[in-house]
Design a binder for this molecule. Structure first.
Ligand code: SAH
Length: 261
């Protein structure tokens, strides 16, 4: 078969199997082996046909069961053995998914690779709440950020520039650092009353979300005791969900409610 020996770097989307692309679904159905990450939902794994080999290389925060270089090695070996490999990643493989590292390793080893985009978490969160991430006159720019390295001594983010741009910020991997991130944003001039949304397990049946403001976000998140991946949407555009009626789960703090009143 002409496609043998290829690695397909496939985005699985935020969780709901309905949000897979047609191409992703087709590749899953015809793979020899699926190598998948922790954020690929059980509903999507259930679509993998019974006879197809599966390899779980999932990582958890703070522990890395399969180091990246071993993942690369597994992909290269499978492809060299002539297998049709689906490398399945949560969301989009090229947004905070280390897709670039895998492409480079595969290319360096002469392995054919094709990328299949997926719906990234920010888009899944926004759609699940009918939320527009850009809005005329309110937010003309959207920025994807990682919250992961924000305690490092050399801040790699120009917070003041983001605040000046009045960007909608979609913050990935920020749950552990959200207090520090909020402090940096306010230190850079962001008003404390700026709407701040946290969405956990977006597009899955166990989705939950809170709407707060940036000044009270960390406290609201601590209270919420989320279990699962959390994405933050910060900026005036996020405030729209309080008015358009799909918002159900809002244990916001009393101060946040008062400061908005
Ligand atoms: N490649 C992925 C992102 C991987 S980084 C993508 O494009 O979506 C992992 C982070 O993604 C998590 O810490 C969380 O911030 C976010 N995330 C992924 N799936 C999510 C979901 N269903 N709900 C909320 N956040 C999610």
């Amino acid at each position: 078969m002409s496609n043998k020996g290829t690695v397909y770097l496939v985005g699985a989307g935020p969780g709901d199997p309905e949000l897979l692309t047609v191409r992703a679904m087709r590749l899953i159905m015809t793979a020899d082996v699926v190598v998948y990450d922790r954020l690929v939902s059980p509903g999507i794994l259930a679509l993998i046909p019974g006879g197809v080999a599966r390899i779980d290389v999932g990582k958890r925060p703070g522990s890395h069961p399969v180091p990246q270089k071993d993942i690369n090695r597994i992909l290269i070996q499978l492809a060299r053995a002539g297998r049709r490999v689906v490398r399945l990643k949560g969301g989009d493989p090229m947004i905070f998914g280390r897709g670039g590292e895998e492409v480079r390793a595969l290319a360096e080893n002469g392995v054919a690779v094709e990328t299949v985009p997926g719906i990234t978490a920010a888009q899944g969160c926004a759609a699940s709440l009918n939320l527009a991430l850009t809005q005329r006159g309110i937010a003309s720019c959207l920025v994807y950020l990682t919250g992961h390295a924000q305690h490092s001594r050399t801040p790699d983010t120009d917070w003041a520039r983001l605040v000046r741009a009045r960007a909608t910020l979609a913050i990935y991997m920020g749950a552990a650092k959200i207090g520090a991130i909020a402090a940096r944003l306010m230190g850079a001039g962001l008003a404390g009353a700026t709407p701040a949304l946290a969405v956990c397990n977006a597009t899955l049946p166990r989705q939950r979300q809170i709407l707060s403001d940036i000044a009270h976000l960390a406290e609201a998140v601590a209270k919420a005791r989320f279990e699962g991946p959390v994405l933050f949407v910060i900026g005036d555009a996020a405030g729209a969900i309080s008015t358009h009626g799909v918002f159900q789960d809002a244990p916001e703090t009393e101060q946040a409610a008062a400061s908005r009143a």
